[in-house]
Design a protein around this ligand. Structure first.
Ligand SMILES: [Zn+2]
Length: 295
């Protein structure tokens, strides 16, 4: 653990402050993981859990529900599907894409998903069911085309949020980017309209700096975006680091669709219910900055 004292105290103070705010009842500090809701398995298709968690904790998490293990090109600190399938508790059903995880009496599934970052605008597209890695920084339309050529399914992740390249990390789309994003709706199979990381951290204030970091508005815009369209809109935790965030949100898959082709069918044909859960504020901070302290 590379402990830079000054940064560590800043980090601890941020968690402390956010927890305090949360205790005021403005943002819940409760966070709950689900495997089954109303008799259906919860599928959280978009997650980036840290590989620093113990193998036992990883197996415990992935042997429940359906868990998308989402790769980001060039980022090594997250769990990889390819590593999990080497474990004896994991048995592949569709090579490279979908596997069952049996551990301590639990039965869950992992599904290999990719998050691909486009260029102009830097939209994030989730590829499900693709064996070949799709490269970042291509025209978003080319990315979706590649997904479809591989017989995969394309979900437009958090449609109103793109990386900002500054210390705030994310920002809303500008007007030009929004028009490009809307064009892409003709091509994708689904839109993620609830992203678990788009939360209000400080009282939901929308002015200045706080307006930049309070991102619940991005989900609200996404929900409006799909009104009257062919999309039902999906939900995912977009887990960063913390295993405890996995399956706090997701989509419910009917029991007779629990297979790679079945899940793809559900996404394409709106055959799911959305579950919109919460990431707690302290967990959000741990997830986004904890890796700097070995978490
Ligand atoms: Zn993501």
């Amino acid at each position: 653990m590379n402990l830079d004292r000054r940064n560590f105290f800043k980090f601890a103070a941020a968690i402390g402050a956010s927890t305090l705010l949360a205790k005021e009842g403005l943002d819940s500090i409760e966070m709950k993981q689900y495997a089954v809701i109303d008799g259906s398995l919860l599928a959280d298709l978009h997650t980036h859990p840290s590989r620093n968690a113990s193998i036992e904790d990883q197996l415990d998490t992935f042997s429940k529900g359906i868990n998308g293990i989402t790769s980001l090109l060039g980022i090594e600190r997250y769990v990889k599907y390819e590593d999990l399938v080497l474990l004896k508790e994991v048995e592949e059903i569709d090579k490279g894409l979908f596997a069952r995880v049996v551990y301590k009496g639990g039965l869950g599934y992992i599904i290999n998903t990719q998050e691909v970052e486009a260029l102009k605008p830097s939209l994030h597209i989730l590829a499900l069911g693709c064996r070949k890695r799709i490269y970042d920084h291509q025209d978003p339309r080319d990315i979706v085309e590649d997904i479809h050529l591989q017989n995969g399914v394309a979900i437009l992740n958090h449609p109103f949020v793109v990386p900002s390249g500054d210390k705030f990390r994310y920002r809303l789309l500008n007007r030009y980017e929004e028009s490009k994003m809307r064009e892409l709706l003709d091509m994708v199979n689904q839109v993620e309209i609830y992203n678990g990381q788009c939360i209000d951290i400080f009282f939901g204030i929308q002015q200045g700096v706080l307006g930049r970091i309070n991102m619940q508005k991005a989900n609200k815009k996404a929900q409006k975006l799909v009104e009257g369209t062919r999309f039902k809109g999906s939900a995912a935790s977009d887990t960063h680091g913390e295993l405890a965030q996995v399956r706090t949100s997701g989509i419910l898959i009917p029991n007779n669709y629990v297979s790679l082709e079945g899940i793809k069918d559900c996404i394409i044909n709106n055959r799911f219910e959305r579950y919109e859960g919460k990431i707690s504020v302290p967990s959000f901070f741990l997830g986004h900055f904890g890796y700097k302290f070995g978490r």
